[in-house]
Write a protein that binds this ligand. Structure first.
Ligand code: AVI
Length: 332
């Protein structure tokens, strides 16, 4: 039987984009009005930020994406073989779904059709990648969810026809602190049945030099990505930040296992944000904390998994042992 056209194999569920805008204004008012100042890292990913992040993933210093791809290139068949009946593939934070193609192909070697449920905040990237995937794989059906992870999980909870593999790649778990990671894994666990598996990409602890270079690259792309938060305030909230008066920094805090990203004011200054009707004062050297990227030991992975009632049942590493892919199952 011929496959239905790409349009008939695609559905999209979208959250209210206006609600997000209000939240950004609130987060900026709250984060820049606090001591110490901070901005939530999820706002790094507007359209400009998402494009810059794609560039980061191709940087020589940013080993994470290549290492994870290398694992999938060699292990995707093994991962798909963890299911003995046709499975559904879901992905949290799917972005361009580039690496996911390796999983899609591995599943399609074992089952005649595949339902893929990508969840991402950026609708345009979801649309673009879905069109490309549907053109390349006629046996694929895509139900995309444009919104927050929570919305994706609510929808995934209802997908109980067969087992599912929920992929959470790219070490996105690293942008939660340890307690937040355990809490979020528990929310994913709530959307899983006993037959389901969670595939989590997790970056491992390594030398300060390798980590600080990965988050402060020689060509300055990560600096532009971080500074885009201030540019976004200028664009969306009529802010008056002069970007060259702030410096991007990335510092490895070994005891906590995190790389801390900040924007540091190069001088004492005041900045107006007109849509918020306020002026923000900065001391020379004052930081805005923008992101943490947590790195893990195997013991730390086991700990956060156990706190969410999950157990690591398989693990794959890249040849340089920089990055890990972990298969988590509901704890017995
Ligand atoms: C999305 N996330 C896993 C990236 C990371 O490595 O923590 C975000 C990032 N920030 C700067 N470079 C990459």
């Amino acid at each position: 039987m011929p496959s239905p056209s790409p349009a008939r194999r695609y559905t999209l569920l979208e959250s209210d984009p206006h609600a997000q805008r209000v939240t950004f204004a609130e987060a900026v008012a709250e984060g820049l009005g606090s001591e110490p100042k901070s901005l939530p890292c999820r706002f790094l990913y507007d359209e400009v930020g998402s494009k810059l992040f794609e560039q980061i993933c191709r940087l020589p210093e940013y080993y994470l994406t290549r290492a994870e791809r290398r694992i999938l290139e060699t292990r995707a068949d093994e991962i798909a073989a963890c299911f003995d009946e046709p499975a559904l593939l879901a992905e949290l934070g799917s972005g361009s779904s580039d690496k996911t193609r390796l999983l899609i192909e591995a599943f399609l070697k074992r089952q005649p059709r595949l339902r893929y449920v990508p969840v991402d905040i950026a609708r345009s990237i979801l649309d673009e990648s879905a069109q490309a995937l549907l053109a390349d794989y006629r046996e694929l059906e895509i139900h995309a969810i444009a919104g927050e992870y929570e919305q994706g999980l609510a929808s995934l909870r209802r997908e109980t026809r067969g087992p599912k593999l929920i992929a959470w790649l790219g070490s996105n778990i690293g942008n939660f602190d340890r307690a937040g990671a355990a809490r979020f894994l528990a929310r994913i666990r709530d959307a899983m049945t006993r037959r389901d598996r969670l595939l989590v990409g997790i970056d491992l602890r390594k030398s300060r030099r390798a980590l600080e270079r990965a988050y402060d690259d020689a060509s300055g792309v990560t600096a532009r990505f971080n500074l885009n938060l201030l540019a976004r305030i200028n664009r969306e909230l009529a802010g008056e930040f002069e970007l060259d008066r702030f410096e991007h920094t990335a510092v490895w805090h070994e005891p906590d296992g995190r790389v801390e990203l900040s924007l540091v004011s190069r001088a004492a200054q005041t900045v107006a944000i007109r849509a918020l009707d306020r002026v923000v004062r900065f001391r020379a050297g004052e930081r805005i904390h923008t992101e943490d990227s947590f790195k893990y030991s195997f013991a730390e992975i086991a700990e956060v998994a156990a706190a969410a009632d999950l157990a690591v049942t398989r693990r794959w590493l890249d040849p340089t042992r920089a990055f890990s892919l972990n298969l988590l199952s509901p704890a017995p």
